[in-house]
Design a protein around this ligand. Structure first.
Ligand code: 5GP
Ligand code: MN
Length: 316
């Protein structure tokens, strides 16, 4: 019996959900699970709920079946949440937290306190997709499921490069490649390829980024006027913070995106020993030691100051 079968028990109706602004790991882990249940557990009626999925993930089978809105009338036996560090980050399907008979939480965020009745949280795993993959019967993973799960692993490990990549991650990636997936295309299409507007805003942010704390921290920001000038939205800025992190000598990279007037979404990345999940937690956010985020209120200048103060403490 695969671990997922034990976790689901006798549930007949299952809602699968991820976090708001779903990234590659969120989409990959949820879709991998969804496709697995759809094919291997015909006794289960599974639905998948995610906020708008970017069209770069259109190669994932059945992605058009994702529901963006929750149905207030529906009650599920099980709500299965993946890649979501806290219950307030569940998108539309957050409604089902109170009504589902069971909540199963599958994750890899160090700040996840385990909000499910059953929790499978491995903070050493590269991705939630890796955790999901470990719960499935390998023999029953097909090419479509492998495509989704590989997408998730690739995205959260920076194409098997970040320090969260373990021998287990690589063994799992090898197993998925053995299923016949088009791994090279998956990486190009969903990870590296950018639109012209995305490249331009990346250029703008890098050009105007500034160094603080004696060169230990780099801060890059999108300003409200950039959003209209470049015709972009938040999703177009994926990957900018990773590029900032590659600045020689820095210990932390900060990226600010204006959600509305005086509200910034903050992305943090660390090199070396700096723990940015602690900085994000101070402001009600969370994440991983080397990649975390939060939302901060105030002008760009005020937000920067607050973050630099906490980062300085963290780097002492
Ligand atoms: P990103 O900078 O790519 O948006 O997020 C980096 C990591 O931090 C992700 O694993 C993400 O789930 C987590 N994260 C980002 N923003 C928040 C937030 O506001 N709250 C929590 N709990 N985690 C966040
Ligand atoms: Mn993840």
């Amino acid at each position: 019996m695969a671990k997922i079968d034990e976790l689901l028990g006798n549930a007949v109706t299952v809602a699968i959900a991820g976090h708001i602004s779903p990234d590659g790991d969120c989409v990959g882990s949820c879709m991998g699970m969804y496709l697995y249940l759809k094919k291997n557990r015909p006794d289960i009626q599974a639905d998948i709920y995610l906020e708008e999925v970017r069209d770069v993930f259109n190669y994932i089978a059945c992605v058009e079946e994702v529901k963006a809105q929750a149905d207030p009338e529906k009650v599920y036996d099980c709500l299965l949440v993946s890649d979501t560090s806290s219950p307030d980050r569940i998108g539309a399907a957050g409604k089902y937290l109170d009504t589902a008979r069971e909540v199963v939480c599958i994750d890899h965020h160090i700040t996840n306190e385990g909000f499910g009745g059953k929790n499978v949280i491995n903070a050493r795993a590269s991705s939630a997709s890796e955790v999901v993959c470990g719960l499935l019967d390998t023999e029953r993973i097909d090419k479509d499921m492998a495509t989704a799960l590989y997408t998730g692993i690739i995205h959260d490990s920076g194409v098997l490069q970040y320090s969260n990549t373990s021998p287990d991650t690589l063994r799992m990636a090898a197993m998925l490649i053995d299923k016949g997936i088009h791994f090279s295309e998956i990486i190009d299409r969903s990870f590296y390829e950018k639109t012209f507007a995305q490249n331009r805003i990346l250029g703008k942010v890098l050009e105007t980024a500034q160094m603080y704390l004696g060169g230990q921290v780099i801060v890059g920001a999108v300003y409200p006027e950039d959003v209209t000038y470049y015709g972009i939205d938040k999703k177009d800025t994926d990957g900018i913070v990773s590029q900032l992190r590659l600045t020689r000598g820095i210990k932390a990279a900060v990226f600010l995106y204006p959600l509305e007037k005086d509200v910034f979404k903050v992305s943090l990345r660390a090199n070396g020993n700096t723990d940015v999940s602690k900085v994000a937690s101070v402001f009600g956010g969370g994440g991983h030691i080397k990649a975390a985020g939060c939302t901060l209120y105030g002008s760009a200048k005020e937000v920067k100051e607050k973050l630099l103060e906490e980062l300085a403490k963290q780097m002492d």
